[in-house]
Design a protein around this ligand. Structure first.
Ligand SMILES: [Zn+2]
Length: 84
């Protein structure tokens, strides 16, 4: 297990830069996960968060749609398009 500690100031900045990965099958949209510009995907599973680097696939719990979020490389813009 490895941990990367970062200054509190940087952490707060990251929180401000979090994007929502969501399924827009209903209003309000179903939140699948959140992700950051640096490519880290944050998934809340019950009482803990999973931090994923790269790509992750999720099924919308409401409509069953298959979503793929790929943040490997410099593809955050494409990921937004795929999530729709
Ligand atoms: Zn959905």
């Amino acid at each position: 297990m490895s941990a990367i500690d970062r200054p509190a100031g940087r952490k707060r900045h990251d929180r401000d830069m979090v994007y929502r990965w969501e399924c827009r099958c209903q209003d309000p949209p179903v939140l699948l996960a959140t992700y950051e510009p640096n490519g880290r995907i944050n998934i809340k599973v019950r009482d803990r968060y999973w931090h994923v680097i790269g790509s992750v696939r999720a099924i919308c719990p409401k409509c069953g749609a298959d979503h793929l979020l790929d943040l490997s490389g410099n593809a955050s813009r494409d990921a937004t398009r795929i999530a729709r």
